[in-house]
Design a protein around this ligand. Structure first.
Ligand SMILES: [Zn+2]
Length: 64
């Protein structure tokens, strides 16, 4: 199931929404201020908040 990332046009809050295939993304509203039609960002998995690039490849069982 894809996760979409949005940025609120009003308060610049960023949030992620887990969306099913059939759900309409236009119904999303900001969880902080309630503004509708936030700007959809490209979801980039592991692009931020992760520390996966620093020598973690040698750790056994890291992916289970
Ligand atoms: Zn907002």
């Amino acid at each position: 199931m894809p996760i979409y990332e949005y940025e609120c046009r009003e308060c610049k809050e960023r949030f992620s929404v887990l969306q099913g295939m059939s759900e309409d993304g236009e119904q999303v509203s900001c969880p902080k201020c309630g503004a509708k039609s936030p700007k959809r960002l490209l979801s980039m998995f592991g692009s931020h908040g992760g520390a996966s690039s620093l020598g973690a490849s040698c750790s056994p069982g890291a992916f289970t």
